[in-house]
Design a protein around this ligand. Structure first.
Ligand SMILES: NC(=O)c1ccc[n+]([C@@H]2O[C@H](COP(=O)([O-])OP(=O)(O)OC[C@H]3O[C@@H](n4cnc5c(N)ncnc54)[C@H](OP(=O)(O)O)[C@@H]3O)[C@@H](O)[C@H]2O)c1
Length: 333
């Protein structure tokens, strides 16, 4: 089989598309012929050795995908050869085949398009977990989403609207604002592409506060961090929940603790990989909920681009350059 291969921790341009041995299913594992794989922000970090863990070299990046089971190992009970499945794994999806533990694959209906299944579960799984388990979202909430036209951000907008909340979307450009408006955002803030100095942060705080109809947001969803987080926290309402999702803008910010005291708010961490391991039953229920919302047409994943798997490298570079809208998906012939 062929795969996108990382042979050294280096810039994305060093990745190659090469022949590698076919994977073999061990006990409780399945081999999947990958039809499509979703691009996620960590994919460009992991190949540079900048992610939370470093796989042994050589390896293929790619956290998630969708395909058809082509062989099963001893003891597999949840799936059989020929089943259509979506899967998660920390790496390995940007390839023609992948081996995963059966617990990290789940059936999808034969009619469900692989390119959609490949791009949904990481971002919607993360955002649903954040908004349900961490923030208990409901129709009376007012949600501020930063980086709202990116993968997890747009999923958060879509889910929050599906639960009837009011949503304010914050993004860097007009083009991204238009995507959020199409996804039902009730109001939009464009914070621009530059890092903010102290004055810029004060101005952003005021703008964020002015867009709230309830004297402060009850939920803030933050996948970008850096200089944007403190202005966002300063716009939270009494007793609100601030969701720490990621740091796509660069720096991991720190908050003055008095802000939490003054706002009576909670700052809550979101980590989908750990949640899947620690709370498999709740995670399975979340996946069912996502399947149900999809089937009812209440959520509508935005796959902005499908690209042949062998040409994945330039799109992996694009996500680092802030150029991706919604999701990009790589497909095998
Ligand atoms: N906690 C978890 O379990 C979990 C799960 C999945 C992802 N994440 C994290 O969430 C973050 C977003 O992931 P994603 O897949 O949604 O990525 P994405 O599609 O690339 O979206 C990230 C957004 O961040 C904003 N951004 C601001 N400054 C940026 C910069 N300097 N470079 C790149 N983007 C910048 C961009 O929006 P604007 O241009 O509008 O600012 C972009 O749309 C990442 O840090 C990722 O590691 C966390």
């Amino acid at each position: 089989m062929k795969a996108i291969l990382c042979k050294e921790f280096a810039p994305v341009s060093k990745l190659s598309w090469e022949e590698v041995p076919d994977p073999i299913a061990g006990p409780n594992e399945i081999v999947i012929d990958v039809k499509a794989a979703g691009l996620n922000y960590p994919d460009h970090l992991i190949v540079q050795g900048l992610y939370q863990f470093r796989p042994d070299l050589p390896f293929s990046p790619g956290h998630e995908g969708s395909g058809v089971v082509s062989s099963i190992g001893e003891g597999v009970s949840s799936t059989k050869v020929g089943d259509n499945v979506a899967f998660f794994k920390g790496f390995g999806a940007f390839a023609e085949k992948i081996v995963v533990h059966e617990n990290f694959a789940f059936s999808i209906p034969p009619s469900f398009p692989h390119h959609v299944a490949a791009g949904v579960f990481m971002v919607y799984g993360t955002s649903l977990h954040a908004l349900i388990q961490r923030a208990n979202i409901g129709k009376d909430d007012e949600v501020l989403v930063l980086g709202a036209a990116g993968g997890v951000g747009l999923a958060a907008v879509d889910i929050a609207k599906a639960y009837g909340a009011r949503v304010v979307a914050a993004v860097s450009t007009k083009e991204k604002a238009e995507v959020c408006a199409r996804y039902g955002a009730d109001d939009i803030i464009i914070y621009g592409k530059d890092k903010l100095d102290k004055e810029g942060q004060v101005a952003l705080t005021e703008e964020l506060k002015s867009k709230s109809k309830r004297g402060g947001y009850s939920i803030i969803y933050d996948p970008i961090g850096d200089c944007f987080s403190e202005p966002a926290l300063r716009s939270i309402g009494w007793g609100g929940t601030y969701l720490v999702v990621g740091f796509a803008a660069g720096k991991i910010p720190s908050f003055p603790l008095n802000l939490m005291l003054l706002k009576g708010c909670a700052v809550s961490g979101v980590f989908i990989g750990r949640f899947q391991k620690e709370e498999p039953v709740a995670n399975a229920q979340n996946l069912k909920t996502i399947g149900g919302l999809l089937a009812e047409g209440k959520i509508n994943p935005f796959i902005s681009k499908t690209v042949p798997m062998k040409d994945a490298v330039s799109s992996i570079e694009d996500i680092a350059k802030r150029k991706v809208l919604g999701k990009v998906v790589f497909v095998n012939d």
